[in-house]
Design a protein around this ligand. Structure first.
Ligand code: PNS
Length: 164
């Protein structure tokens, strides 16, 4: 079975992430969405909240339980987590040119750490080319309307978290 690990912060999941997972399911038999649990960062949502929102968003988008997507969290090195899951592919999305350098560095660092693991990229859907969790949070914090950029179940949780 071809398993791809789709790692990220997902704080929170956006429509861009959902679209990427749906595209990835055309190429891979199973996708493990892996939420980074990073004790050094202070995310808006806890790891459990993020996992719950991802699960709900994927199932909503698939019209029922999506058995081919597992949602999990990891700590430490991504390559160690891949080994633990028996996965040789890391899946990442590419948006604007600005993503390229960061992604190239990460892919090469991961290849250095574990040559048996390849990073594969899917170009972001043009509808969500400009959407990132950070920009969504920033806009929402400043009073912007971002409900159409995140899955239906995420918008109310985002505004509730921000006290709006
Ligand atoms: O959504 P993000 O924040 O761009 O995702 C970044 C992520 C989680 C993929 C990256 O920070 C990561 O893999 N962290 C785990 C630590 C690690 O393996 N570092 C070495 C390779 S760069």
């Amino acid at each position: 079975m071809t398993i791809a690990i789709y790692p990220g912060s997902f704080d929170p999941i956006t429509n861009g992430h959902v679209s990427l997972i749906q595209s990835g399911l055309h190429a891979f038999e199973k996708i493990v969405v892996a939420v980074l649990s990073n004790p050094k960062k202070t995310p808006l949502f806890t790891v459990n909240e993020r996992i719950e929102m991802i699960r709900e968003s994927i199932d909503d988008a698939s019209g029922g339980p999506e058995e081919r997507v597992e949602v999990d969290s990891f700590e430490g090195l991504l390559v160690d987590y891949c080994r633990q899951k028996g996965a040789k592919i890391v899946l990442r999305g590419l948006r604007a040119v600005a993503d390229f350098e960061y992604e190239l560095q990460m892919a090469n660092m991961n290849r250095h750490l574990e040559p048996g693991i390849e990073t594969m990229f899917i170009m972001a859907n043009d509808a969500y080319f400009y959407v990132s969790s950070n920009l969504v949070k920033e806009a929402a914090t400043l009073g912007g309307e971002v409900s159409r950029l995140v899955p239906p179940s995420v918008g109310p949780k985002l505004y509730a978290k921000l006290g709006r």
